[in-house]
Design a protein around this ligand. Structure first.
Ligand code: CTP
Ligand code: MG
Length: 388
């Protein structure tokens, strides 16, 4: 697969939305619509090399929408029409052109991973591609408020974004665009330029927020249909000489330590992995590479907090976590309530949703011999069904 860039156009006024602020900054699941769109674009193609965000004003609404986004972004001011905003985004890419560019409306918060995969395949044989959907209602012309002729439904389609292009083919068409042009979408530009155009089947969840009631629909989608994802995590750290060790975010005077690149908190590591497991987002090593010096000696609560933030960014909710520590020493019971409290604080959930247990292995195996401590965890995370 070649290099992929994505342009998010967010420079519109949202006049039909009639809000106090431009619709891309309206709140949806604790984030701006712009950020929801950006997060879902990343989820739909995590390997994206660069996200270009085309904005109207460069103010705090933009910067706070991008805060903590785990991808490379560039921002640039847009133009008077959507096409000119896309042109501004395309220009940014000209110096180091990607193989493929996807253009997406910031007003479409939900992006389908399946559609993205289908478009990438479609671009192997076409210069441009777009998600299309059929029309189910009857369609008629209207003239002076009076209904007219039937329009044959089979001859029309609805077109969504993201739309995908081979960059070297689409950029010349935008480069030559005059200062006033506006096209209904980017496929229209590709068509005028004579590019070959493929189609893939769209996804209803990628609807555009245009009118106030669309935001209501988008909000309902976050809560109306959810599923419970369960993740599991496991970790082991070797026991070494020392006085104290970190376990579940607290420091315990055990007369020995645990060896590790970070603070070696085996409990928090297993728990962090359980949450990543529920999100199907790889493991702790993907998020915090052990060969990256910035994590050397890092406190493990940073890892767990990051996992919690990822749940939030996926519009999810941690419902319950359960952790088992496997060791002969230290005795866990005297510390258990403090551990549960600490974990509940870090995950911002009630203590009743945090379970910490311990077991020995009857002096068998490496834990039994006191060579190491093991931990295993599970996490239950509620996620929106539309996810993906
Ligand atoms: N857009 C843009 N630059 C423009 C016009 C639109 O970047 N000059 C973006 C919008 O921010 C939106 C997407 O293009 O994400 C689709 O446009 P639309 O839904 O029409 O949004 P608005 O133009 O903001 O809304 P309206 O037409 O109701 O004013
Ligand atoms: Mg518009």
């Amino acid at each position: 697969m070649g290099k992929v860039a994505q342009i998010l156009v967010a420079a519109g006024k949202g006049s039909r939305f009639e809000g106090d602020i431009p619709k891309q900054y309206a709140s949806l699941g604790g984030k701006t619509i712009l950020r929801q769109s950006l997060d879902h674009l990343k989820l739909a193609y995590p390997e994206t090399a660069l996200f270009v965000i085309v904005h109207a004003e460069n103010d705090s609404r933009l910067s706070s929408s991008l805060e903590g986004f785990p991808g490379k972004t560039i921002t640039t001011p847009g133009g008077a029409t959507r096409s000119l905003s896309v042109k501004a985004g395309m220009r940014i890419l000209a110096d180091d052109p990607p193989d493929f560019v996807f253009i997406h409306d910031a007003a479409r918060p939900y992006v389908s991973q399946r559609v993205m995969q289908d478009m990438l395949r479609s671009l192997e044989t076409h210069q441009a591609t777009a998600p299309v959907l059929p029309i189910v209602d009857a369609v008629k012309t209207i003239d002076g408020g009076k209904l007219g002729e039937d329009v044959p439904r089979s001859q029309i389609r609805r077109i969504q974004t993201p739309q995908g292009f081979r960059y070297k083919d689409i950029w010349p068409a935008y480069k030559e665009m005059s200062g006033t042009e506006n096209h209904s979408d980017d496929i229209a530009v590709a068509r005028t330029a004579g590019l070959s155009i493929g189609t893939v089947y769209g996804d209803e969840k990628a609807f555009k927020i245009t009118y106030p009631e669309d935001l209501e629909k988008a909000r309902n989608m976050l809560t109306s249909k959810t599923y419970m994802a369960t993740g599991s995590g496991y970790d082991v750290h070797r026991i070494e000489k020392g006085n104290t060790l970190w376990l579940c975010g607290i420091e315990i005077e055990a007369g020995f330590s645990l060896k590790g690149h970070s603070d070696a908190d085996v409990g928090l590591h297993a728990l962090t992995d359980a949450i990543f497991g529920a999100l199907a987002e790889g493991d702790i090593g993907d998020h915090f590479p052990p060969d990256d010096p910035q994590w050397k000696g890092a406190q493990s609560h940073v890892f767990l907090s990051h996992a919690k933030d990822r749940v939030k960014h996926r519009n999810g909710q941690i419902m319950h976590v359960d952790l088992t520590l496997i060791c002969e020493k230290p005795k866990i019971k005297p510390h258990r309530e403090q551990m549960r409290n600490r974990i509940a604080d870090l995950l911002e959930i009630p203590i009743g949703k945090v379970s910490v247990k311990a077991t020995t292995t009857e002096q068998l195996g490496f834990t039994g011999r006191g060579e190491g401590i093991a931990a295993q965890a599970s996490a239950s995370v509620r996620l929106p069904e539309y996810d993906g």
